[in-house]
Design a protein around this ligand. Structure first.
Ligand SMILES: [Zn+2]
Length: 385
């Protein structure tokens, strides 16, 4: 059984979705948010003949779901994409949706409105073909992936399926692992004093210098580790630093925020302990040195066994559709798949080809979106048995 994919419909839907501003309002104050695009997607499901289910997450920001109920006792599968995009600063025509030479341009074309269109085309294909799956097939779109993942956190509280395919862009490769991260604050404490009073002041900024020298050594050691077969070694950097209050005052504090990119199996406690060990060593060497370490925020890494049923299913169908063996790989950045995985839903990631994620010019290659739709449809047929 081959589910028909309406390529003209798919192309039109990518363009229409790109033309709707859905910039994440947590990323940019006053931005449009996901209300309008959610309404559009709900309407598109209705037109296909599927009753949309709306999950209000926050204000006018809502997830949109639809389900093709199985005939019974088959495995359930959800397809997922996010509705929001990053901002458009520097883009000449962010909402054009222009189709040229097989590419559609605009913010979100690649990350990831084309994937929403592919999922719609899959649902339409199943409805029109009349093909009945044994298990449920869920269409799910969520808000806020680009900032706080409130949409996915909400979704996994209310829906559980046996497996998921997250359709973030992967150039049609099969992604089965990604890194996580921990944001860590280190704060050195000094003692404020008039800039001339060297015998009273303790300079927290100078003390932070010692911390940074040691943390740089740690970060160099991290990237020497063997790491993960698909993700390489862990890493760390110091993106933010702030200290002192005034030109002629000894700095009473200095704080640095570290970002530690973590691998599957690495915990918040373990990475904080590594940094704490650096601080303890410096404190032992100088009674005037005081610093505190705390974790601010974290997102776990994700991995799924390459021989898990959903991975093997997607790999096999991708091979059929693409007539070549798709690469199995790990992604460097964090995705909502970690939240699906933590909710006990086996998740694999596959999405279209294109370029310009979060950049001045973004595009998706339409042919790859058509191929994605075929992969999703055939995967549902082989998985939802
Ligand atoms: Zn994305």
């Amino acid at each position: 059984m081959k589910i028909p994919i309406d390529e003209a419909y798919l192309t039109k839907q990518i363009q229409a979705l790109v033309q709707i501003d859905s910039i994440n309002p947590d990323l940019e104050k006053g931005a449009a948010g996901e209300g309008a695009i959610a309404n559009y997607v709900a309407q598109a499901l209705t037109e296909i003949g599927i009753t949309p289910q709306i999950q209000k997450v926050e204000g006018d920001r809502k997830n949109v779901l639809g389900v093709l109920k199985g005939t019974g006792n088959g495995k359930s599968l959800l397809l997922n994409a996010h509705l929001d995009t990053v901002g458009i600063t520097g883009m000449a025509a962010p909402f054009s949706g222009t189709l040229q030479d097989g590419k559609i341009y605009g913010r979100g074309a690649y990350d990831m409105k084309a994937s929403i269109a592919a999922m719609l085309a899959v649902m339409k294909g199943f409805v029109e073909s009349g093909h009945q799956l044994a298990g449920d097939l869920w269409f799910t779109t969520v808000i806020d992936e680009e900032y706080g993942s409130k949409g996915m956190e909400h979704l996994v509280k209310h829906l559980h399926t046996d497996a998921a395919i997250l359709t973030e862009p992967t150039q049609l490769r099969v992604c089965c692992a990604h890194r996580g991260f921990v944001w860590i604050e280190v704060k050195t404490q000094g003692r404020a004093a008039h800039g001339s009073r060297y015998n009273e002041g303790i300079d927290a900024n100078m003390h932070m210098g010692r911390v940074l020298v040691e943390l740089e050594k740690l970060s160099q050691a991290l990237v020497q580790r063997t790491g993960h077969p698909l993700l390489g070694p862990p890493s760390m950097h110091a993106p933010l630093i702030q200290g002192g209050t005034s030109q002629s005052v000894y700095a009473a504090f200095c704080r640095v925020e570290l970002e530690r990119r973590i691998l599957p199996g690495e915990t918040v406690d373990a990475v904080v302990t590594e940094v704490q060990a650096v601080i303890d060593k410096l404190a032992a060497a100088d009674p005037q040195f005081h610093a505190d370490v705390k974790a601010l925020f974290n997102r776990n890494a994700y991995e799924i066994a390459p021989n898990a049923p959903i991975v093997k299913t997607v790999q096999a169908t991708a091979q059929q559709v693409l007539s070549t063996t798709p690469e199995l790989y790990g992604e460097v950045w964090w995705m909502d798949s970690a939240l699906l995985g933590e909710a006990g839903i086996d998740t694999v990631i596959i999405g279209p080809s294109g370029g310009g994620i979060h950049a001045d010019e973004e595009w998706v290659e339409v042919e790859s979106v058509v191929q994605l739709a075929h992969i999703l449809a055939q995967s549902a047929i082989s998985y939802c048995k």
